[in-house]
Design a protein around this ligand. Structure first.
Ligand SMILES: Nc1ncnc2c1ncn2[C@@H]1O[C@H](COP(=O)(O)OP(=O)(O)OP(=O)(O)O)[C@@H](O)[C@H]1O
Ligand SMILES: [Mg+2]
Length: 356
């Protein structure tokens, strides 16, 4: 069924040319839905009004992507205004609640086992999504071993507070917050860290000045722990990604992880097989732990297989030096392809797109 909310959500990414913010987030779109007919009124300032045809093309494209031939008739009308102040007050955006709408889609990166590459996937996914033009936040919730401070050369950094809001760190076009910046001493014993976890995660989501994001990527600690529970209590998680390697021994942990996500009713975007193979200079792929372990798990638990990531030396280097310019072309392609699949799956989960 086509609803006003779904139409508004589908228009994410269509930006007002002057302010470079989504029309929907600026409350500049009026939507009317009548069964399979949709009509949109878009308010546009007179100094950028000449760009209306280009915007209309983008809008039609988005609606078509989201609804296909479900929408039988789409009317798009542009209204010229001298400025936006009155319009924004008049149109009430009925999409989610405002703070959540600002965070964009929240993606949790999970695994049953430690050391399978959650942090690597989180960081490289954030970089790949940024390269696709999205505004990205990266939240490192790994209480046992935060990765962002090391990966971005930010050890010892202390977060600033301005107007009672925590300011994220901005580096390489990403906004980031790490639990490593929230819990003061690196050597604070784990037994004291536990009780701080929930408060820290809630603060990192709700008391950080994230600005307007398209996606918030959350790197979680391994296991069926408290962190995802805290995150789930702090914000609506739009989807979780399960990261695994292909060994047989990983299967039981993956199962526990999937069961936990299902128990919490967190939608599963899909599963990634990391450190799948090493490519020998002769071009041959050497599968370290068998080829199909994760695909078989995906089939068994009926979740989407998002792809495999080979063992790529430049990935290790970039993680240790925080220098993502060193990332090889192969790595960029792999992460871009996975990012596109994730965006697509999130649209399907949100009911914006049909598909498996
Ligand atoms: N595709 C890859 N190619 C090369 N190295 C990788 C790849 N994925 C992960 N690694 C390396 O494997 C190690 C573990 O990865 P990472 O820290 O991302 O795992 P994790 O699941 O976050 O671990 P933890 O459970 O401790 O948080 C790191 O040294 C990382 O650089
Ligand atoms: Mg990690």
């Amino acid at each position: 069924m086509i609803t006003k909310d779904k139409v508004l959500l589908s228009l994410r990414g269509v930006r007002e040319p002057k302010f470079q913010k989504d029309f929907t987030q600026m409350n500049l779109v009026d939507v009317k839905v009548n069964e399979n007919k949709v009509s949109l009124k878009i308010y546009l300032r007179e100094d950028v009004f000449d760009q209306k045809d280009e915007i209309e093309k983008k809008v039609r494209n988005k609606i078509n992507l989201a609804f296909g031939d479900q929408v039988a008739d789409l009317q798009v009308e542009f209204i010229k205004v001298p400025d936006y102040s009155d319009v924004r007050k008049r149109i009430k955006l009925e999409v989610l609640d405002e703070s959540k709408a600002k965070l964009g889609r929240v993606i949790a990166i999970t695994s049953g086992k430690g050391g399978v590459g959650k942090s690597t996937v989180s960081i490289n996914l954030a970089v790949a999504l940024r390269d696709l033009g999205y505004r990205i936040g990266l939240l490192d919730a790994d209480i046992y071993g935060p990765s962002i401070p090391t990966a971005f050369g930010l050890e010892g950094h202390i977060l600033e507070i301005k107007d009672e809001k925590i300011q994220p760190i901005e580096k390489m076009g990403l906004k980031m917050v790490s639990i490593g910046f929230m819990i003061p001493e690196v050597d604070t014993p784990l037994i004291w860290r536990g009780p701080m976890l929930h408060k820290a995660i809630n603060e990192m989501v709700n008391e950080v000045e994230w600005g307007d994001l398209d996606y918030l990527v959350v790197d979680l600690p391994p296991g069926t722990g408290d962190a995802i529970l805290s995150l789930n209590n702090s914000v609506k998680i739009d989807g979780a990604i399960v990261v695994s390697t292909a060994q047989k021994v990983a299967a039981a942990d993956v199962m526990k992880n999937i069961n936990m996500l299902r128990t919490l009713s967190i939608p599963i975007i899909g599963i990634i097989q990391n450190m799948s193979y090493v490519e020998c200079p002769c071009g041959e792929r050497i599968y370290l732990w068998g080829k199909d372990g994760v695909i078989q798990l995906a089939n068994k638990y009926e979740i989407e297989f998002l792809g495999e990531i080979p063992f790529i030396p430049s990935v290790v280097e970039s993680m240790e030096t925080g220098n993502f310019i060193t990332l090889s072309e192969q790595a960029k392609i792999v992460f871009r392809e996975i990012s596109e699949k994730i965006i697509n799956r999130l649209d399907v989960i949100a009911g914006l797109k049909r598909g498996g």
